[in-house]
Write a protein that binds this ligand. Sequence first.
Ligand code: C2E
Ligand code: CA
Ligand code: CA
Ligand code: CA
Length: 277
Amino acid sequence: SNLPRIEFLSKDNDEPHQEKFEFTPTATDLSYAIHHKQLVLYYQPQVNMKTGATHGAEVLVRWLHPKFGLVYPDKFITLAEQTGLIGALTEEVINLAIKQNVQWQKVNKSIRLSINISVQNTTSLKFPEQLSKLVNKYQLNPSLIVLELTESVLMHSIITSLDTLTRLRLKGFQLSIDDFGTGYSSLSQLHKIPFTELKIDKSFIAKMGQENESKAIVETCIMLAHKLNMEAVAEGIEDKATWDLLLAAGCNIAQGYYIAKPMPANEFDQWQFKQHI
Ligand code: C2E
Ligand code: CA
Ligand code: CA
Ligand code: CA
């Protein structure tokens, strides 16, 4: 139909949105939310494409607003980055994610959790030490934590981030380069950072069935990742046709609505991959 799509609280409209009021948070609103437990975590499964086994989950933050309902990160991450609240926000997300993983560890279900961090988080040299102390406190293996950084912002601050990222890696955390293919990074810069994973941007994944150029880019990214000894993760897989193309291209790890939408921890507990290979 040519009716305009109603825009709710996220431009991507990732999950059903119940709320249709426009909400433009201020820094004060967001600060209150961070410090009063209004942030909640959703978990989106990542699966091993060859075995169907759960490989891990990406942690995606939402703001459970008492009046506006579930608010999506597109509405507040940029605000956090611009107002200096991103340090506190990331700390809260990491704390919640680690505590959840400790719960899962108790029932032998601890998993690899991918956490999004902003480039501002990597300008603090104390960050690796703080994160290390936190995982030690909960006796969690640091290799279960993957830190995702987007390619585009990273390349603007590679000099300041390199030291922090190297320290994180030395402490045993994994590092993922997110939205790969959109940031025009030079390969000579990229290989200086000890990334363990390359996440291909979903815009290429979405078009790979229709467009030969996108398919070629995805295939090249997978080869590049493997040649540099990184895992290749495809995100934004929405259908079986795309899954099949990625499998044929040698991709190992898959994430997207075709597999599962992001969900709260209690739903994730019940979730099982129903794959039709
Ligand atoms: P991202 O890191 O690229 O995360 C992937 C986004 O794609 C998520 O949107 C996810 O819900 C959505 N997605 C997953 N599968 C599919 C699919 O098959 N099709 C489509 N069209 N979309 C899919 P979400 O949760 O709204 O997050 C948006 C962005 O907000 C994230 O993009 C990330 O950059 C940022 N973000 C989310 N949580 C955090 C956080 O805790 N900290 C920081 N700094 N940023 C976060
Ligand atoms: Ca979104
Ligand atoms: Ca991400
Ligand atoms: Ca991404």
